[in-house]
Design a binder for this molecule. Structure first.
Ligand code: HEC
Length: 257
């Protein structure tokens, strides 16, 4: 077990005995935190919550309307049309298959453009509540709070896990020549490119059963044929049904599948 290895490591480096249990606790807390973060982003978690579960209140969205008017409306439309819209296609393209915590993080880290982080965390949450309302997600009994926001998935009502067209995505699979075309076979479901896998996970994770056409390939790929690759690019069609407009192809393992 990793914990044992770690503990040995701690023993060698921290001689004072009373410190150890504390450090051990910290480690446990960290591990638990990680587990929570992982279930938060996982589609298989049984306790999965989504934006359809009523995760903010009407009162909160109403407060958000005030704040939005002051800090955001100068640059953004809260409608599908208009300047830099935050509703409809634009919203789905940027945030589908992410979670509300990530939306909040984006907004509070980068917005208002020019004055990032200038509002309180509570005000940012109110504005996010308003964004959810404006995108047609229902209000509920409890406010969007610092704890409840974690892991609320942004998915269409039918629960589809496909990314929308034009999303920046990544897939892992086997690089295969198919006539004049390059395709990735045994491909995983396209996922957000920001979800870059940590520490070589792509080399060993289970593959999928998809076949994805690589379009607009400008580099020679012959040297990578037959290997396990990760491809980054823009999805053509929902979920990449018509392929992926390639930005990079990288080998992650020599053999595939
Ligand atoms: C001075 C103009 C300005 C103000 C004020 C501003 N924004 Fe933005 N916002 C932008 C620009 C420009 C972008 C595009 C940045 C990019 O995506 O590269 C952007 C992007 C965004 C995005 C991502 C949109 C997408 O489709 O990817 C969100 C969400 C957002 N802003 C929310 C807000 C919120 C909420 C506020 C108020 C707290 C706010 N913005 C205030 C200019 C502004």
């Amino acid at each position: 077990m990793g914990a044992v290895t770690w503990h040995d490591h701690g023993m060698r480096n921290t001689p004072p005995v009373p410190v150890l249990p504390l450090v051990g606790l910290l480690f446990l807390a960290l591990a638990a935190g990680l587990a929570v973060a992982q279930t938060g982003g996982s589609q298989t978690s049984t306790s999965r919550r989504t934006v359809w579960d009523g995760v903010y209140t009407e009162a909160q969205a109403a407060r958000g309307t005030m704040a939005f008017g002051q800090s955001c409306a100068g640059c953004h439309a809260l409608a599908a049309q208009g300047k830099a819209p935050l509703v409809g296609d634009a919203f789905w393209k940027s945030f589908a298959q992410k979670n509300v915590g990530e939306l909040l993080e984006f907004v509070s880290t980068y917005m208002p453009n020019g004055k990032p982080g200038s509002l309180t965390e509570a005000t940012y949450r109110d504005i996010v509540a308003l964004m959810l309302k404006s995108n047609g997600f229902p209000a509920g009994a409890a406010e969007l709070g610092p704890d409840t926001i974690v892991g609320v998935q942004i998915v269409p009502k039918d629960g589809s896990t496909e990314l929308p067209a034009n999303a920046l995505a990544r897939v892992v699979g086997c690089l295969t020549k198919n006539g004049a075309d390059w395709v990735v076979t045994n491909a995983t479901t396209p996922e957000r490119a920001e979800r870059a896998a940590a520490g070589g996970e792509d080399a060993t994770r289970p593959l999928g059963s998809r076949k994805i056409l690589l379009k607009f390939v400008v580099t020679k790929l012959d040297g990578l044929a037959g290997s396990r690759v990760v491809v980054n690019g823009l999805l053509i069609g929902e979920g990449g049904v018509d392929g992926i407009n390639v930005t990079t192809v990288n080998r992650v393992a020599p053999k595939c599948p």
